[in-house]
Design a binder for this molecule. Structure first.
Ligand SMILES: Nc1ncnc2c1ncn2[C@@H]1O[C@H](COP(=O)(O)OP(=O)(O)OP(=O)(O)O)[C@@H](O)[C@H]1O
Length: 229
């Protein structure tokens, strides 16, 4: 089963085509990096996959939702099957870590105080922040905040994590520990598509690479792919 399947997809920003004829699949539990120069279309592709940008043309299926005919009302259901991680942490700074997570559980229809509390402690444990529930985001380091964002993305047991530069603002050591967390999550069966500029991490944790270049998406698993930019 594939969690992403694109065939001749067009990635658009308004009337401009950012990527054309994008064709690739990402299997269940697979890990792929998304690379390419600034402005080459990485974020636009990720945004299209979580239905923040409309598909310009072609066929795209993400966790079984066909994007070319996705009703607006279905978007929250698609997103519930995805974990979305942005570069800027986007935590709510006016409430505790637990309340940040609770906010998402409430917004995605979870019922039962005890169940919600249990799920919050499970995901915090998973990202190595078992004791952070009561803390305010500003009391955490950048790396810890990013872990909370990852915990938040895991709440609904996503089939696919979409991460846009998740290590972009972090020191190399911290970036490495976040990367190890992604590898761990991936090893447990969640597919990951991660946009990054961090070639050191790619060398250290080699995986399939998808590269945005000249309006196209190149795939390291294809015979024509060449290493480096
Ligand atoms: N909100 C927007 N409105 C219009 N055009 C946009 C918008 N965001 C990005 N673009 C354009 O779309 C193209 C692709 O940008 P995108 O952000 O997807 O690239 P990227 O590879 O993610 O870059 P970076 O590595 O800097 O994040 C660029 O030409 C950019 O100028």
């Amino acid at each position: 089963m594939h969690v992403v399947e694109l065939h001749d997809a067009y990635i658009m920003q308004d009337v401009n085509t950012v990527l054309q004829r994008v064709t690739f699949t990402l299997g269940k539990g697979e890990f792929a990096y998304l690379v390419g120069r600034t402005g080459s279309g990485k974020s636009s592709l990720l945004k299209t996959l979580y239905a923040d940008l409309p598909l310009g043309g072609g066929v795209a299926t993400v966790v079984d939702y066909p994007l070319q005919k996705l009703a607006t009302g279905k978007v929250p259901y698609l997103r519930r099957k995805l974990g979305i991680i942005f570069q800027d942490f986007q935590l709510l700074f006016d409430r505790s870590v637990a309340d940040n997570l609770l906010f998402v559980l409430n917004a995605t229809g979870w019922k039962g105080k005890a169940r919600k509390k249990q799920r919050i402690s499970e995901v915090l444990m998973r990202v190595g922040l078992a004791n952070a529930a009561g803390k305010m985001p500003h009391q955490l380091s950048g790396g810890e905040q990013q872990r909370v964002v990852i915990a938040r993305a895991l709440l609904n047991e996503p089939l696919l994590l979409l991460a846009d530069e998740p290590t972009g603002n972090l020191d190399p050591d911290v970036a490495d520990s976040i990367m190890r967390l992604f590898v761990e999550i991936n090893n447990a069966g969640t597919a990951v598509l991660m946009a990054t500029h961090n070639y050191q991490l790619i060398q250290q944790y080699p995986r399939r690479v998808l590269r945005c270049q000249d309006g196209q998406l190149l795939d390291s698993t294809a015979a024509s792919f060449r290493v480096g930019e």
